[in-house]
Write a protein that binds this ligand. Sequence first.
Ligand code: ATP
Ligand code: MG
Length: 494
Amino acid sequence: MLRKISKALFGKRSKANPTEQAENAAPKQRPHSNDKRGRASISDLDLSGADIIERDEHCISRRDISPNALKVLYRLNDAGYHAFLVGGGVRDLLLGDKPKDFDISTNATPEQIKQLFRNAMIIGRRFKIIHVRFGREIIEVTTFRAPHEPENEFKENTTNRSIKGLDSAHSSAGLILRDNVYGNINEDALRRDFTANALYYTTDGFRIIDFAQGLHDIENRLLRMIGDPATRYREDPVRLLRAVRFAAKLGFDIEKNTRAPMDEMAPLLASISSARLFDESLKLLTGGKAEKTFALIRKFKVGQILFPATMAATKDPESVESKLLNLAMRNTDRRLAQGKSVTPAFLYAAILWAPLQQTLRKYAAGKTVTIPEHHEAANQVIIKQIQVTAIPKRFSIATKEIWEQQLRLQTRTKRAAESAFAHPRFRAAYDFLLLREEAGEDLDGIGQWWTDFQNVDKNQQEHMINSLGKGAATKRRRRRKPAKKPNTGSEDNA
Ligand code: ATP
Ligand code: MG
């Protein structure tokens, strides 16, 4: 594969000829009217400065592109608009990987795109994009962006209302608040984050257009920010997380200048909405490289901003909580590789387990925690985290249930076992219990008991349950205290 990319790099590669381009150029990209137009051709575009990689010089085949993405490209082209496959779709295909999704960039405005696709929806305010939906697949279409208008500068903490109706706005610190000024393909390319993400694939001759030496960086497995890295991070601090995500996912090194300001810029993430940071946290952990990504997050200061309590509670890599976190990330990667689902509730249960244990230790001060205390500690941990990443209620409730079910699973009584097994979160809670044991927690072999329990038939299950004490606690505890009521706590939670 890389040989093919090399061929693209060092083989036949034409530089767009500015004179020829100027002759062919449309009289500058006009706003489109809806009158019948011919099929768009890239010779209408000013591609001066870009490298053009011909069809036989790169490894991308139409067969690897989603038929729905091709449909969108062709329909836009047929309507006279320019449209390109961009971003991860092109990058991943060049690397021989399967793209997660396909993004399209066009000179059609969101409204014009909507007119062409019944199944299209405009979403986003800060950055309007179009989702064209085909069953479960969504093709993301964006209009070429232009640079910012310097005059629309607002103070920090600007409300949405004060920038309502504006297409372009940024804060005095450089944070982009609105990004809906449309431009041409050159401008669009340079507004993208990394060079490897700024390659454009066209169905017009099946060529790749490279404005930022992206192919060269892909070949060298380098993640390089386009433009001045510090300025680009200030414009959108989420790019810090994207840098970490792509470095881990692609196995790229972060180029020296791209990396240099990262720690200094990390506190800027505080200006990003907690809803967006939650989405980004999931992208970081569900890309199939969660273990590697988490290690990188920890290495950079972004980790302390994104998961402050977790970072503080997992400083010792040898602690069982740190080990559980690593194992959970590895397990996530394995599940995704097997085509299984992962739930944000489980991920957050693992990420926040160490802070929960720390809080419980403070609470209990040596004695067994009660269920209400456990609830209270869980709430505290979640409330702190949602100030950074807004975990939706349906997930945070499930996270708390996974934690609470740990108590039930550990309590060797008939009642607790029956209730744990009947609970809708049983499977997740059981998986979590196994992870705890795997991380080195001594739970008196309870994980094996539950594994055996699931492997036997109904009669044997009944027998196993009946042989547990009615309301007694663990064996050790029973010796100390005659059974009064079911044990609600666990020693490791104390
Ligand atoms: P993947 O979809 O595999 O996560 P991607 O590169 O396609 O990776 P998307 O989030 O789908 O990432 O975005 C598509 C493209 O849009 C990117 O490749 C990049 O060119 C551009 N882009 C996305 N987010 C930003 C951003 N915050 N700043 C600048 N450009 C961005
Ligand atoms: Mg993408």
